[in-house]
Unconditional design. Sequence first.
Length: 270
Amino acid sequence: MKINNSFSFRRLWMLMRWDFGTNWKVYAWRYLGLYIGFLSIMFLAIILLPTPTNSSMALDISGLWLAFSTVLFLVLLFRSASLVMERKISKDGRVKFLMLPVSNAEKFVWRVFFSTVFFILMAIVAYALADATFYLLSLLWNQKLGIYQNWTIGEFLKMTKLAVFPSPYKGPGGGPFIGPWWALGWTSSTGGYFLHSLFILGGCVWHRLAGLKVLGILFVVAWGVPMMLNIFVPGRAPGLPFDGWFALCAVLAILCWFLAYRFFCRSQIV
């Protein structure tokens, strides 16, 4: 009971060491795959798109692979959030995780940190290594890649920053955006955090295929809500000011985190 009701950074550090020591092969292959994914996008841009004839065209193509890399980063970030309970997928892993002499709060903080902050840091490292590899290969393969002899990690960091810390969307003239109320999340700076918290919550509710299940629910809601509005509220639904969506998304995100922790704690009971 003393452990379950306390928080210790020393035990958190030991939990981190245990997790890496036990599952280092899984993590190594996972982030090696991320590195290969980024590198593959760069080479596909060279193979599938026409050979650039000037530096401006080269910048356009590198901007395209930067955009695809950012999309891949966001997709895998949400997938990583849904894997917050992956240590409990197998029966053996579940028993080992339950028997660890650390508190529920320490387990939850570590799993969330690993699924979000650590993934973001490793994604940046993976892209930097892919960028360095591509840069060196472009120096060796002058005929095809010589025009790409520049670093793109700086631009990737900028795009990653915008993805992780989005700015509020403004309407024409810089004023607040007015849109349909069911456009939840996509028009506010907190919308991405709310969606991310949904995947964290889904990962705590379901141990297997949590990301696909959350996506399925989001698809049903995105398709069903407008259809229900057309049936029960004919005509276009009134819009609400952007600030209203900001507060609503923030409250929903906090609620998702609260429920995620509750489900996580309940799953600790054998």
